[in-house]
Design a protein around this ligand. Sequence first.
Ligand code: ADP
Length: 615
Amino acid sequence: MSNNTHQFQTEVRQLLDIVIHAFYSDREVFVRELVSNSSDALEKLRLKQLTGAAIADPERDLRVTITTDEEARTITLADSGIGMTRDEVVEFLGTIAHSGTKKFLEAMKETQGGTQDLIGQFGVGFYSVFMAADKVEVTTRSWQPEATAVKWVSDGQEGYTLEDAPADTPRGTSILVHLKEDAANFSKAEHVRYILSKYSNFIGFPIDFNGEHLNTVQAIWMKSKKDVTTEEYNAFYQFIGHTESEPLTYMHFSADAPIVLNSVLFVPDENPEAMGFGRCEPNVSLYCHKVLIDSKPEKLLPEWLRFLTGVVDSEDLPLNISREMLQDNSLLRKISGIITKRFIKHLEGVAKDEAETYEKFWAQFGRYIKEGVVTSWEHKDALGKLLRFESTFTESGKYTSFADYVSRMKENQKDIYVLYGTSRAQLEHSPYLDALNARGFEVAFLTEGGDQFVMESLMKFDDKDIKAIDRSNLDLPDIEDTAPDTPALDEEEAGGLSSWISDTFKERFSKVSTSNRVISAPAIALQGEHDISPEVKAYLKAMGQEVPETHPEIAFNPRNPIVMKLAELRKSDTELATLLADQIINTALLRAGMLDDPARLADNSQALLEKLLQK
Ligand code: ADP
């Protein structure tokens, strides 16, 4: 191999193999990818200019030049952007440098098949050119005045060659695409014009197409909302999001004070993290008066808003701000705060005016809102309004909000009640509901992992405490005795029974009592106020982590016939009474998901039966 011949990295070869066998219909995506690379390269150059760096060919204006040659079966895409040095060419056009492409490869492995869709959705960057090309020549010269120009040539198979390009090569990059025979239509002017009109309306630089000026420069986020049509928003989204789909909802927001801000943010129609692509990267670009500062700034918006795609533009940012400065910049924090607040408001508006869209949003992105409650302390109250859940008052599959819950609260109801579990069906049978149902109080069903953390972060809604009804610290108002004539243990008997059980099962409970919270069951187990929930406990166990000790409480139903019998038995037949009490307790723990050792229930059942049958 001569020293100007280079091998592609293994992953690049894998990627190329997929790309080369892509569907015809996906092929046009390569035009979008190359134009978008040119646009990025031009943005980067403009930023260099504005910050006063010394630049090669300073007079050269910023534009994209596209030419087709039907006879030669070629298309050339050139720009006067930042260009690449020899080292950069080796890195960018020989390895998988771009993290999106890496993710694409990972997703490919997971989805096995279905790959064609992924190419259209994700875009695979520069390498997509090999969908249509059997040979590509890249001639490039970096903006750095002393850099030499290089020429990269490849057929997309094993590797590429690299050699010096003529000394008079202008700054920027030119990509000469030799088209495959069956991709000849990309050398036809009309076909390419159509593709460009589809993808490249929003390029912030002039495009010359076969000597003719094509598009007008449009930065729709700088326009007034009323001057932008839905189609334009959609097209802009498709362009910046590298996607064919339409956004679920978008927000266009402008402000003059306290900071000059223009922003357009899009919610995708599907949660990218649910499609097996792993955690998504922030995709909201930061501009300063139409100049791109950073296409994926880390700290621009809070983490939980990473599903958004869009643009934030602020004239107040210094142009020469570096990535490091972006990390810790008080102005950026302010911008983040303002945009986040506005976006939450936007979602509130969607929930109010476009119920169906909000439902879709909640199904796809609800988890991010919950993440926001836990991680964005300053926004948690506003985010609380966006939460949705089922409850004892909703039909199965229908959602409600805390605001609606509060509007339905009974006069004597102080707190908001919630119950954690794995499904509505499971929670509907919970013995904890009895006491709340009897009082006509609504209970929210929270059935997703992590809900407990979310509620513990939220703590309150509308000044009302949020309380889990399986906790011991519920302070329920007394209710009128609906059946005053049913026999019940009197206070003395109840007290006696409680202390006997306390003594007998000393180590197991923090408190034993009789309580008006139990209505149908003989007893319920309650979690101590500061205990972790059974779900969290199970999770910690599964992760092999240490599980903190919990201190459940047991509350007996003084009206239950079994309990009344127990109160008698404990005086006449302690052995049987102990077995019976253990049975009641284990059943209550089981129903609460708090029985750590199911064998205990089985063993005790057997012993109890044997004892009863002996009689
Ligand atoms: P992406 O553009 O998404 O990062 P690509 O595979 O398309 O991924 O390109 C890889 C890298 O090659 C780019 O990040 C950029 O640094 C460089 N590059 C591609 N096209 C150009 C161009 N026209 N001018 C300058 N650099 C380019």
